[in-house]
Write a protein that binds this ligand. Structure first.
Ligand SMILES: Nc1ncnc2c1ncn2[C@@H]1O[C@H](COP(=O)(O)OP(=O)(O)OP(=O)(O)O)[C@@H](O)[C@H]1O
Ligand SMILES: [Mg+2]
Length: 214
């Protein structure tokens, strides 16, 4: 079954937030999931360890170990989700070389958009080696409501070849920012703001997974 790598060399893009939420969302849909934390900060493994619900997670950061171990894990889980580091390192390269789908969250700022093109270049290199694989999807994360930056960012991302850019975005939402400290995800939180965030993030995940199911 598919390996999804969440990558972006830029820190704070939302990689760990997406990896953890995607795992919980798939789990709620009765899928078995293994998260692989490939970032030395270990944000996603620490976050998952504190959740009430058990989400299996392994820390694997060494590039050769990722290339060896990730394909083995897909025999035992419906989905394997890897959380990448904030670097275009050999670790990120290994993730892109082994993934079926790469998800690239990107903040809507000039500096983030510019550095996203380096991540896309790395994806393209893998696609050339692997004859088109991995599929790749980008979306704007932490978009601020009422600003035009979001639409401009989507247009810039669309210029990048060989990646699908989602029209849906994830807005900057306090409930999402609070999740780590609350030992939760929006899928474990109640209340109307959690519900709005849940629907938005679900919409994104459906769009992203459509690409791997095509
Ligand atoms: N849509 C959002 N709304 C509000 N806060 C968000 C959102 N997405 C991410 N954040 C917050 O932004 C910060 C960075 O997110 P996260 O840790 O997921 O990024 P990252 O890409 O994994 O960072 P790093 O590269 O350092 O690993 C966190 O504090 C997280 O709670
Ligand atoms: Mg992270």
């Amino acid at each position: 079954m598919p390996i999804i790598a969440v990558v972006n060399q830029k820190g704070g893009a939302g990689k760990s937030t997406i990896a953890v939420h995607l795992a919980r969302w798939l789990q709620q849909h009765k899928k078995t999931v293994m998260v692989v934390d490939a970032d030395a900060q270990c944000s996603s493994s620490k976050w998952l360890a504190r959740l009430e619900k058990n989400v299996p997670c392994q820390i694997i950061q060494e590039p050769d170990a990722l290339l060896d171990e990730l394909p083995k894990l897909i025999d035992d889980y419906n989905w394997v989700i890897a959380d990448g580091p904030a670097a275009l390192s050999e670790t990120t390269r290994a993730l892109v070389l082994v993934a079926d789908l790469v998800i690239v969250p990107c903040q809507p700022t000039g500096v983030d958009l510019e550095s996203a093109s380096d991540t896309v270049r790395l994806i393209q290199q893998a696609q050339r080696i692997r004859r088109g694989e991995p599929k790749a999807v980008m979306f704007v994360n932490r978009a601020v409501k009422g600003t035009k930056l979001k639409d401009e960012a989507i247009e810039v991302l669309k210029l990048m070849p060989n990646v699908v850019v989602l029209e849906d975005v994830l807005h900057q939402r306090q409930i999402i920012a609070d999740c780590y400290g609350q030992n939760a995800t929006v899928f474990d939180s109640s209340g109307s703001t959690a519900g709005i965030a849940r629907r938005e993030i679900e919409q994104l995940f459906k769009g992203a997974l459509e690409i791997v199911n095509e």
